[in-house]
Design a protein around this ligand. Structure first.
Ligand code: DQA
Length: 149
């Protein structure tokens, strides 16, 4: 059975009440439940972590090495700023799928740049909570060696 860490960054603990017009009304707990359930269906054991602190996110990426088969990462605003997170991903040799609830390319210019994309397998954004489900599908496809994944 594959194993994946769903890692959420700053302010995502406030999902459900934070700018619902942008991020929807689903809470982080509900998103995580969705991921646990979807993971069971497609054969990947999901664990979750959220932190508002860049260093804790880096520690979690380091700790995933040798334990997880991949990471689904919504780095929140650190996506657009953190060379340190990008370097952490490069250091662990794990496939990372970048996710965002919103379509960052249709928003402010400063959200168009992603340091995570430079080292991620790919990016899924704009599908709300479904972005996480699609990311899990993409990760499992990749781990199973599907052509085009
Ligand atoms: C986000 C998009 C980021 O630009 C923003 O800073 C977030 C959430 C998203 O999921 O759409 O915190 O990553």
């Amino acid at each position: 059975m594959h194993k994946a860490l769903i890692l959420n960054g700053p302010n995502l603990n406030l999902l459900g009440t934070r700018q619902p017009e942008v991020y929807g009304s689903t809470t982080l707990k509900m998103v995580e439940e969705l991921c646990f359930n979807h993971g069971k269906k497609i054969g990947i054991d999901v664990s979750t972590l959220q932190s508002n602190h860049e260093g804790e996110l880096i520690d979690a990426i380091h700790a995933a090495k040798g334990v997880q088969n991949g990471i689904i990462l919504n780095a929140g605003a650190y996506t657009h700023t953190s060379i340190a997170l990008m370097d952490a991903i490069s250091s662990v040799d794990l496939p990372v799928v970048e996710v965002h609830l919103s379509n960052i390319h249709a928003r402010e210019q400063f959200r168009h740049k992603s340091y995570i994309s430079k080292v991620a397998l790919g990016q899924i954004c704009g599908f709300g909570t479904r972005s996480y489900v699609l990311a899990l599908d993409a990760l499992v496809g990749y781990l199973d060696g599907e052509v085009g994944a």
